[in-house]
Ligand binder design. Structure first.
Ligand code: PMP
Length: 395
């Protein structure tokens, strides 16, 4: 009998990443010797600060090579508790923190733990795609809540209310936001918090870009609003603030009964995050914070360059850049789909950007530009982008 390999039915609804598609196309051109400026990456381009790497090396040498608690190292959970109090005004204790393999796993365990078949998850659109696909994997339904350019990509509380049904269980809030670079102001978050309390919703608050807010924009945590701590999953990690994407350490803070559900998923999947990487994460929180400020200042310098260069491109409109390291300009005036436009820019201008529809239907007609790239390369990339778009508009 021949073997029939058939993926699980749920996998039919999980597509290959649209971001990867443009990476693969860029890599093929590079193999032919073309120079491509990548404005696609969602990771800081800095090395992890030395004191963090040293702490991980020392932990390895000291024999921290075994499983840790399923909840994560207690030293790390205590450091996270202190961080959440000092930076976010949140009073958690160590039993309310679960350390996992990146904010991605935090999102996965919150969704898997609390959503089942037919349950609805309200997800901003465009957004980081993990919310949507984790919901699909759980058999739940992701309901998009549109973010609009004219609104600086803020969640509109009325749009949230309109989409609540008796099946709605959870709402995703991501500020600062990927892919739009928007930061949700505290008064909007407060209104969303009131809605969550009135309609008895759980809230997944993804704060991974928290340290990357610029100018007069401010970050606020959902769990700090009245009535919210008991219903909020505060998700954060080390990838963006400390340039530690490869370390795979993140966490979710929530009331203990919620943690006790999520830890059971960890027990039967990943067991615990890497032991010595957790030791590095302790050093990240407890050590000097100047490297974070330095990286933020460099991103801010690049942000000004991006905002200024994009404003000078005829036919392009771009909301204010407030946080993270992304711009999400509207490219509909060029008369091509965002996929085709990104392909043409890659092949004809040598600059890689991500088509906006890779972030869900609400991203169509846009491209995502990441400024997590060295300043001089970024300047070249923006020049190529402007030239490429000008050529396109001339036909
Ligand atoms: N949330 C958002 C909004 C992100 O953009 C990312 C990474 N691109 C993550 C979560 C995942 O972070 P981590 O590397 O800690 O899993």
């Amino acid at each position: 009998m021949s073997l029939t390999i058939r993926p699980a039915e749920r996998m039919e609804r999980i597509p290959f990443s649209g971001i990867r598609r443009i990476f693969e196309a860029a890599a093929a051109l590079e193999r032919e010797g073309r120079d491509i400026v990548h404005l696609t990456v969602g990771r800081p381009d800095f090395d992890t600060p030395e004191h963090i790497k040293r702490a991980a090396r020392e932990a390895l040498d000291a024999g921290l090579v075994h499983y840790t608690s399923n909840y994560g190292l207690v030293e790390l959970r205590r450091a996270i508790v202190r961080k959440l109090a000092a930076d976010n005004g949140l009073a958690y204790d160590e039993s309310e923190v679960l350390v996992v393999q990146g904010a991605s796993q935090a999102i996965a365990v919150a969704i898997q733990g609390f959503l089942g078949p037919g349950d609805e998850l309200l997800v901003p659109s465009p957004a980081y795609l993990n919310y949507l696909h984790c919901a699909t994997l759980a058999g739940a339904v992701a309901v998009p809540v549109p973010l609009r350019d004219e609104n600086d990509f803020q969640l509109d509380p009325d749009d949230v209310i309109e989409r609540i049904t008796p099946r709605t269980r959870m709402l995703v809030v991501n500020t600062p936001q990927n892919p739009t670079g928007a930061v949700c102001p505290p008064d909007v978050l407060r209104r969303i918090a009131e809605i969550a309390c009135e309609r008895d919703l759980l809230v997944l608050s993804d704060e991974i870009y928290e340290k990357l807010v610029y100018g007069s924009f401010e970050h606020a945590s959902m769990a700090a609003f009245p009535g919210m701590k008991e219903r909020t999953f505060t998700v954060n990690g080390f990838a963006k603030a400390y340039s530690m994407t490869g370390w795979r350490i993140g966490y979710v803070a929530a009331p203990k009964p919620l943690i006790d559900v999520m830890v059971r998923i960890v027990q039967y999947t990943t067991v615990c995050p890497t032991s010595f990487a957790q030791a590095g994460a302790v050093a990240a929180l407890e050590g000097p914070q100047e490297p974070v400020a330095r990286m933020r200042a460099e991103f801010d310098r690049r942000r000004h360059l991006v905002q200024q260069r994009l404003a000078a491109v005829p036919g392009l409109t771009c909301a204010r850049l407030q946080g993270a390291f992304y711009a999400f300009p509207d490219v509909t005036s060029y008369g091509l789909s965002d996929d085709d436009l990104a392909d043409r820019l890659l092949v004809e201008a040598g600059v890689a950007v991500v088509p906006g529809s890779a972030f869900g239907p609400g991203g169509a007609g846009h491209v995502r530009i990441s400024y997590a790239t060295d300043y001089d390369r970024l300047a070249i990339g923006l020049e190529r982008l402007a030239d490429g778009l000008e050529r396109l508009s001339r036909g």
